[in-house]
Design a protein around this ligand. Structure first.
Ligand code: NAD
Length: 315
């Protein structure tokens, strides 16, 4: 059985590829290598399980070829940097909405009927209370979040019109080995450049839930296997949540740094940049009903990630 993983050279995508191969699937990866790296797939080099196609899904022809002979599509290709869309909204429209439309069109035309999509907690924007459940309104406050919501709506329509089984997974902050964006990566790199002073985006009280990528992949496969027919949405996050200040403390402690001067850079209501969300965490009861249960806390997931990334940087 052949499975397509778009964005399979990226952080979450490459971990998903590892797991699918372990389970005996053949995998085709399509990735334009804009933020993904071939070294994430190094272990599959020379083997017969993973076919790598370097191509851009903004090109409808690439999408059509990508789905050829495929049974299921895991669509993880996107520009994942929320901050980018503040200064350049077009990026998320084309990288996320246009690419997803091209993929759905290709699936319709080639009769591929099974899709799992990497959506995001950012579709909820600034919810009135946390944790937020799947039934809460979708009110994104970033173009990134809006682009993910648009993709979900396209999936819903394609599911109804063309019988595509579509599972949308709204991920919290996913962390772990190979991560190359977001707050942990940012803090580590700033500290390596200057271990005396650390710029923190926002006022440090921004609240998030962090889930280790190994558990995110587990949840992804569970939702894929157990979701029913039609269109389904699942939150994928942890049971707890922590602040950016907690993340800073963990990074400093894992790096063995003391006496670092913290310089906060808040905008508007204490967030790190326009479109950043002050408090977000997901209710995961629906996923738990499928049998998911996270075993690492947000704290433990962040600590493990800092250790992995420091090792990767050292190598
Ligand atoms: P990533 O940047 O490592 O992975 C995205 C991959 O998509 C990269 O390999 C990139 O090269 C590829 N790509 C981008 N545009 C493409 C295009 N037009 N054609 C082909 N390939 C393209 O990021 P990630 O953190 O692994 O994110 C994977 C998915 O999960 C994304 O859709 C992201 O929006 C979503 N997501 C991630 C998180 C998180 O915390 N990491 C949270 C919520 C949602």
């Amino acid at each position: 059985r052949l499975i397509l993983v778009t964005g399979g050279a990226g952080f979450i995508g490459s971990h998903l590829v590892d797991r699918l191969v372990l389970e005996g699937f053949r995998v085709r990866v399509v990735d334009n290598l804009s933020s993904g790296r071939l070294e994430n797939l190094e272990r599959h080099k020379g083997g017969s399980s993973v076919e790598i196609v370097v191509g851009d899904l903004k090109d409808p022809g690439v999408a059509l070829k990508a789905v050829e002979g495929v049974e299921t599509v895991f669509h993880f290709a996107a520009n994942p940097e929320v901050r980018v869309s503040t200064t350049n909204p077009e990026v998320h429209f084309s990288e996320n909405v246009v690419a997803t439309f091209n993929l759905l069109e290709a699936m319709r035309r080639r009769g591929v009927r099974d899709l799992v999509f990497a959506s995001s907690s950012s579709v909820y924007g600034e919810p009135d209370h946390i944790p937020v459940g799947e039934e809460e309104p979708v009110r994104p406050v970033s173009v990134y979040g809006a682009s993910k919501a648009a993709c979900e709506n396209l999936m819903h329509a394609y599911s109804r019109l063309y019988g595509i089984r579509a599972v949308s997974l709204r991920y919290a902050n996913i962390v772990g080995p190979r991560l190359r964006h977001g707050v942990i990566w940012d803090l580590i790199n700033k500290l390596l450049a200057n271990p005396r002073e650390l710029e923190v985006l926002g006022d440090g009280t921004q609240t998030r839930s962090y889930l280790h990528v190994s558990e995110a992949v587990e949840a992804t496969l569970l939702a894929w296997r157990r979701a029913g027919e039609g269109f389904a949405v699942y939150n994928v996050g942890n049971d707890d949540w922590i602040t950016v200040n907690d993340v800073v403390r963990i990074v400093l402690s894992e790096m063995g740094l003391e006496g670092v001067k913290l310089v906060y850079k808040p905008v508007a209501h204490g967030v790190g940049w326009p479109g950043d969300v002050k408090r977000i965490a997901l209710r995961i009861d629906k996923l738990k009903k499928l049998g998911f249960s996270p075993s690492m806390s947000s704290n433990a997931s962040v600590s493990a990630t800092v250790r992995s990334l420091l090792e990767e940087i050292d190598r």
